[in-house]
Design a protein around this ligand. Sequence first.
Ligand SMILES: [Zn+2]
Length: 178
Amino acid sequence: MCIRLRNFDVVDMGTFNAPAHAFEQDREWSHEDVFEHLEKVKVRAAPIWWLWAARCKTCGQCWLVGQEERQNDLFCMRRLDPEETQAIEREDRWPADFDNYERLLQLGLDSGRSVRFVDPEDSSLGTTIVDLARARPRISVSELATLLNLDRALATQLSRRASEENGVEIMFDSETTG
Ligand SMILES: [Zn+2]
């Protein structure tokens, strides 16, 4: 199965329900199709908890996997060459492609994912905003709104709380103009 993935691909968590034909044509994958043949070989240490490496049991190909389970529920995948695989396995040296959680969110966005939480107040959004602002201080509310598929008012409200309760630096609209 992994031979059919692009070198750089996005795989949704869960099962893909479309007919087989559409599945082939649009190359939309579900992780049950793909991960059936993958085994985890190494997990990146905290704080980059979302990153791991996998090997295909069928063909031996190794993959860098960024597991984005807070927002869009997907796996960002990149083929690893043998040197990169060795560096990960032997020296715990990892390619930086998915080091940044913001990048995983951006990749989900670029591939058309747009999750909305039913109850944003009681979701992982607050934690994600704090983490994004820690990784990139002075990230703007409008950037957060786009990355997390929020309307501006809600993004502002959640960002205010994140900045008050966790002391992270977020640029609010009034601060970005002029
Ligand atoms: Zn394979």
